[in-house]
Design a protein around this ligand. Structure first.
Ligand code: ZN
Length: 147
């Protein structure tokens, strides 16, 4: 009884693939990850293929079941949303560029206007200078008349 339970305890890897070597009929047990692989029998040193479906293939099937279509639909939706976002960003970028171009044009216009104003200011300054000179002349004339 006790020996039985101990034996089952030792043979814990129930998932181990147990098969007989086709060459020497020795009972072989191998880790499930070895399924489908070619191994060398430790007894007769002949190449033996481990029976069973390779774990990777089973994993792929399991993954296919684990990731149902809704997930990919969500992904497609997210991708579409991302695309829409990018389109909006590109649009706003275009708007920003247009606005920048407009502001640059306004700035250029202002610069031109500023230059015109500067010229006008020079003209006005010259006129003021002339007026000041005329007034000064008149004042000196008046003073000399008086004196
Ligand atoms: Zn063998």
């Amino acid at each position: 009884m006790a020996g039985n339970s101990e034996k089952s305890k030792v043979r814990t890897p129930a998932q181990d693939i147990v098969f007989d070597c086709p060459h020497c009929n020795k009972s072989l047990s191998i880790d499930p990850r070895g399924a489908g692989l070619m191994i060398v029998c430790p007894d007769c040193e002949q190449q033996v293929q481990v029976p069973g479906v390779p774990l990777t293939e089973r994993n792929q099937e399991g993954a296919a079941v684990a990731t149902p279509p809704p997930d990919s639909a969500d992904l497609a939706e997210a991708l579409e949303a991302a695309h829409a976002k990018i389109e909006r960003l590109v649009e706003s970028l275009e708007e920003t560029r247009e606005r920048r171009r407009y502001l640059e044009k306004v700035r250029a216009d202002n610069m031109a206007r500023y230059e015109l104003i500067s010229k006008d200011l020079v003209t006005i300054q010259n006129a003021v200078d002339r007026i000041v000179a005329i007034i000064q002349d008149a004042t000196t004339e008046k003073t000399s008349e008086n004196g």
